[in-house]
Design a protein around this ligand. Structure first.
Ligand code: ARG
Ligand code: ZN
Length: 465
């Protein structure tokens, strides 16, 4: 709690507490959630994580995952206790700066009480030793995420809340951190995560993979894919490492899209600005493993062979969503609107319909031209989904893309593309919300765009022409 913001009664009470304890300021517990409008318990208050070091061991036969999570964080207040999010698993021990800490668990909240209070500004290291059979988590919209077992292994996906199924952390997109993931699997298995492969070592019948993600990553974008994939490693012309891991059954159907990864990254670089991460690639699971694709950082996951448009969508998220991340889950349209609009842009530059034509198709609900143009995107305003079960619904994607096209219609191509690049640069490796976007768009283009915001972004129903 920040005393300057505390209600007078609370401040008085705290002053009294301080007086009674002889003048030493007493730390208070960090909040158990960040009050996200859709996932209020997601994330935790009072500290900011800078690095996760996960050292894990997975046994595909039994489904058992065990290991340690080493979490480096800075206290944002004097802390007597703090929370991590973890769903399922057994916690064996918690240490803070090398000393055993008390802990207890209620639902997804793992509360840690360090033996010494943590003063504001201090950087501290928490080591959680844990094990168990991680579970999948059902989203409010019915889709499965978290830890998903496959025929011969497992895959971890975390949007919006699945990452707490496989490691403890501050699981809200507003707290991004660097990652190192070390994973041991039985020899013969591959284990693929985000970022750059630092080493791959065989020891005692196991293979240990060490993955490094130096750029900040939101927890929901962390992944681990364990199984018998066909792995290929190469580099783009500019030297960016490309690593793909593909289910052999999907290899033939994936080949055409995957070989365009360097081209799509270069195209995104021209359109959106410098590629934000130190690696790229893809993971292709069997069809039906997830029922959706996810833009896992630097290495998106596909459930079955992707086509080029889907690849473009997930690659565009590397700029929009992964580098510029939402401040809360209310800002999801900034992820999906941009990624969907990127598909429209790619199409207009590669022999498909223009974005203007695609916009008309959707406005006119011309399902002959595009089966997705079914009018479902008028259901609610993209900047204000009516509940957690709607954050991945069609208004967030298609009407989100239409908002961007409306801006382009208003300001023209030159100003529009400068805006897109400027936005990606202004919040590179950070977070941003809808209000920051609308203010930025008006500042950058020098136009009053309030009509677009009122009808297209916040308005109910189909906007009039
Ligand atoms: N962000 C992913 C994409 O658009 C979709 C995730 C869907 N997740 C869900 N729980 N419905 O590529
Ligand atoms: Zn998307």
């Amino acid at each position: 709690m920040d005393l300057r913001r505390a209600a007078p009664a609370t401040a008085a009470l705290l002053a009294l507490t301080t007086a009674c304890t002889g003048g030493t300021v007493q730390g208070t517990p960090g909040a158990s959630g960040l009050r996200d409008p859709y996932f209020p318990k997601a994330g935790n208050g009072g500290y900011d994580v800078t690095h996760y070091g996960l050292k894990l061991d997975y046994a595909p036969g039994t489904g058992e995952l065990s290991g340690t999570a080493e979490i480096t964080a800075t206290a944002g207040q004097d802390l007597s206790a703090f929370n991590l999010d973890l769903e399922g698993m057994e916690v064996e021990s918690v240490r803070v700066d090398g000393k055993g800490a008390r802990f207890n668990r209620v639902g997804q909240e793992l509360t840690v009480r360090p033996s010494d209070e943590l003063t504001k500004g201090r950087t501290f290291r928490t080591v959680v030793r844990y094990s168990g059979t991680p579970r999948s988590i059902e989203d409010p919209d019915g889709s499965e995420e978290g830890w998903i077992e496959t025929d011969d292994g497992a895959v971890a996906v975390g949007e919006p809340q699945g990452s707490m199924a496989w490691f403890p952390g501050n699981h809200h997109p507003s707290d991004k951190a660097a990652y190192d993931v070390e994973i041991a699997v039985p020899k013969g298995y591959e284990a693929v995560s985000n970022g750059v492969l630092k080493s791959r070592t065989d020891r005692d019948g196991h293979t240990v993979f060490r993955w490094h993600s130096p750029e900040p990553m939101a927890g929901y974008l962390a992944t681990l894919a364990i199984g018998k994939y066909a792995v290929t490693a190469s580099r783009t012309a500019s030297g960016l490492p490309v690593l793909t891991a593909v289910r052999p059954e999907e290899a033939a159907d994936s080949a055409a899209a995957l070989k365009r990864i360097p081209e799509v990254v270069d195209w995104g670089t021209r359109r959106f600005g410098p590629y934000p991460f130190s690696a790229t690639g893809a993971i292709v699971e069997d069809d039906g493993t997830l029922g959706y694709a996810l833009e896992t950082q630097s290495r998106p996951i596909f459930s079955g062979a992707p086509d080029t448009e889907l690849l473009v969508h997930e690659m565009a998220h590397q700029w929009f969503g992964n580098s510029v991340s939402p401040r809360s889950w209310r800002d999801m349209w900034l992820n999906e609107g941009f990624a969907t609009y990127a598909e429209w842009l790619w199409a207009e530059e590669h022999g498909g319909p223009s974005a203007e034509k695609r916009f008309r198709t959707f406005y006119d609900e011309d399902t002959d031209a595009d089966p997705e143009a079914d009018g479902s995107y008028w259901a609610f305003p993209p900047a204000d989904p009516p509940g957690a079960e709607h954050i991945s619904d069609s208004p967030v994607y298609y009407r989100g893309a239409m908002v961007l096209h409306r801006i382009r219609q208003e300001v023209g191509d030159e100003a529009f593309f400068a805006l897109v690049r400027g936005w990606a640069a202004a919040h590179r490796h950070g977070n941003a919300d809808t209000k920051e976007f609308t203010a930025y768009a008006e500042r950058q283009t020098g136009k009053d765009l309030s009509g677009i915001w009122e009808t297209w972004l916040y308005g109910d129903g189909k906007p009039e022409e």
